[in-house]
Design a protein around this ligand. Structure first.
Ligand SMILES: Cc1ncc(COP(=O)(O)O)c(C=O)c1O
Length: 403
């Protein structure tokens, strides 16, 4: 075949890149094409389940567009949004000024900017197992290595601090802490957070504190990790996606902590941010509206989430061969099913999808071993719908385990 006629070769980095939460939708589409209805419990998007964006945020964005604010904005973000985000961090005890805050296309972009700006090819980053898979996906892109530290389902999904310590090498650059956690719903006590900071400090690591669910702990907002030690190099993240119910707007913010040890990182992140021009302008008007305005929707949202979490954990724990830690935050549960010999979490999740139309995500997509039998449920659907879905999960599990 002439070279011109052969197919275009793809980059090797793509082979390493996975994002199971969306990759699995290909399988769901096949099931739908076969005529079966799919119930999508794979993506954490509250909008799809009737939890709607507060009107004052929509007004702020619509007004900005109508007033002609549709041009580029400064790369680190609009002053008003940066100041509102900085003031919100300060109110949470994080000592940061607006010039160290960037407005990003969701927390996702901020995570990518920081890892790209700080971690070189071949270097290592500690990520929890299970993890939110963006971290491993970005590390695959930049040629760096994720190193998984255990969080323990027999201990309410708390991090195994000795394991974190043991994994540190001369190549380790950063420690990712997702608290409140996706996919486990865990929140970490202050003592654990302090120890994580001490470990990072001892080894000169930067902490990426992912706090996009910080306001969605059922008992109310959890403090920001950086508030425990404003001198430690901590980069904190949040966004409008979850607690402000606007995931499609792609509006997030990051604070590069006030430690002078982060000055170089801040400059690197800003340099990279210039190259992507800016995050969407009109949505930045909603950041100040969100952070200075009425947050009462969160009270009802947390109440609804607590009820769904309890139903999910109770129903999963009632299924023979299944166990589930009760989530304390957000809208995810990570049950474990005892697998028959030779079967994997992927077999279970694909079997469940094909047999019942219920789409979840296998734990191995979050870094747990295939044979451990974890899978993640997004429990945003109404309680009645969840009850019916969980009946299907129970029936399928019995069938799968006896086959
Ligand atoms: C732990 C965690 N971090 C970051 C993100 C990305 O959020 P955003 O929509 O702000 O990019 C998500 C989204 O699900 C998440 O679960």
């Amino acid at each position: 075949m002439p070279v011109a006629a052969s197919s275009i070769r793809t980059a090797k980095r793509v082979d390493r890149f996975t994002y199971a939460i969306r990759n699995i939708v290909v399988e769901a589409k096949k099931v739908e094409a076969g005529g079966k209805r799919v119930r999508y419990l794979n993506i954490g998007d509250p909008n799809q389940f009737g939890f709607l964006t507060p009107p004052h945020l929509i007004d702020a964005v619509a007004r900005a567009m109508r007033d002609g604010h549709n041009g580029y904005v400064p790369s680190p973000g609009m002053a008003e949004a940066r100041e509102a985000a900085a003031a919100d961090f300060v109110a949470r005890g994080v000592n940061v000024s607006a010039d160290r805050v960037l407005i990003t296309s969701g927390a996702s972009e901020g995570i990518e900017l920081a890892l790209t700006g700080i971690v070189d090819e071949g270097e290592e980053v500690l990520v929890p197992s299970p993890t939110y898979p963006l971290y491993t996906a970005v590390l695959a892109k930049i040629g760096a290595q994720p190193v998984y530290y255990r969080t323990d389902h027999t201990n309410q999904w708390q991090p195994d601090l000795d394991h974190v310590k043991r994994l540190i090498t001369a190549k380790t650059r950063a420690l990712v802490v997702i608290d409140p956690n996706n996919p486990t719903g865990a929140i970490y006590p202050e003592a654990t957070r302090k120890t994580l900071i001490e470990i990072a400090e001892t080894h000169g690591l930067v902490i990426l504190a992912d706090e996009v669910y910080g306001d969605l702990s059922y008992d109310g907002p959890v403090p920001a990790m950086a508030a425990l030690n404003n001198d430690a190099p901590i980069i904190s993240y949040s966004s409008l996606s979850k607690a402000y119910l606007a995931p499609g707007w792609r509006a997030g913010w990051m604070a590069v902590g006030s430690s002078p040890r982060l000055d170089g990182a801040l400059a690197a992140i800003k340099k990279l941010a210039d190259g992507r021009l800016c995050s969407p302008g009109p949505m930045q008007y909603a950041v100040a509206a969100a952070l200075t305005g009425d947050r009462s929707h969160q009270v009802e949202f947390r109440k609804q989430l607590r009820a769904r979490a309890a139903l999910t954990a109770n129903r999963m724990n009632a299924i023979p061969g299944m166990s589930c830690v009760m989530p304390q935050s957000a809208f995810y549960a990570m049950p474990k099913v005892e697998l028959p010999p030779g079967k994997t979490d992927v077999d279970f999740v694909l079997g469940l999808l094909r047999s019942t139309g219920v789409l979840t995500v296998y734990g191995s997509g979050f870094g747990t071993p295939l044979e451990d039998g974890f899978f993640r449920i997004v429990f945003l659907a109404p309680l009645d719908e969840l009850r019916a879905l969980y009946d299907d999960v129970a029936d399928f599990t019995a069938e799968f385990r006896s086959a």
